[in-house]
Write a protein that binds this ligand. Structure first.
Ligand SMILES: [Zn+2]
Length: 206
């Protein structure tokens, strides 16, 4: 939802609350105006995400805890300490997903928001690390730490054939869904046509 629309909605809600109309009617208004509707495009996105998660699941909470412990709550690149509760710690893909890197925990390094969000972008992790480390000894120490973590990832961490096959399966499922949506729309249009065609106006009468 665009920001302006959210602001307008919040303003309306504020006025509504000041008027004292709380309870069930407010809940109905919020549901009608703020809750997302079940649209085909939302369903498609959810379908895509759930299919990807079967073959390439996100790390479990236990695995994320292991990662925080391994990197000692410090950014793998710049070494800054990250307060976990601040929610500024990012999981950064070492082999990027654009190159087929998977979500396995050992393909991810703990990163501060600054390194991951603002600086590294699509840069390979080792050349980015070389820029962030203040000396060659710090660079070597952090590089070894990351490499040891990455070495525990499964062999299929970057498997083009598997990725292509998964992409085909997902495309097939989404195409089938799109086809069903189109058939439903045709059915809806048929069901809303008037029973006896357009009404004749007096002008059309002989
Ligand atoms: Zn950092």
């Amino acid at each position: 939802m665009p920001n302006k629309k959210i602001e307008a909605t919040e303003n309306k809600l504020t006025v509504f609350c000041k008027g004292g109309c709380l309870g069930a009617s407010l809940f109905r208004w919020v549901r009608r105006n703020l809750m997302p509707k079940d649209t085909p495009s939302m369903a498609k996105n959810k379908m895509r995400r759930s299919l990807v998660a079967i073959y390439d699941p996100p790390p479990s909470n236990t695995e994320v805890n292991q990662l925080w412990n391994y990197f000692k709550s410090r950014c793998a690149y710049c070494g800054v300490e990250i307060e976990r509760k601040s929610r500024t710690g990012h999981l950064d893909h070492l082999v990027p997903s654009s190159e087929g890197g998977r979500n396995n925990i050992h393909n991810q390094a703990l990163s501060c928001a600054h390194c991951n969000g603002d600086e590294k972008r699509e840069e390979p992790w080792d050349s980015f690390l070389a820029k962030k480390a203040q000396s060659s000894s710090v660079y070597n120490e952090r590089k070894t730490k990351i490499e040891n973590w990455l070495s525990l990832a499964p062999q299929s961490i970057k498997n083009k054939e598997l990725i292509d096959e998964a992409a085909c399966i997902i495309k097939e499922a989404l195409d089938n869904f799109e086809h069903a949506v189109n058939k439903m729309r045709v059915l809806r249009n048929k069901s809303t046509q008037p029973l006896y065609g357009p009404r004749l106006s007096s002008k059309n009468l002989p």
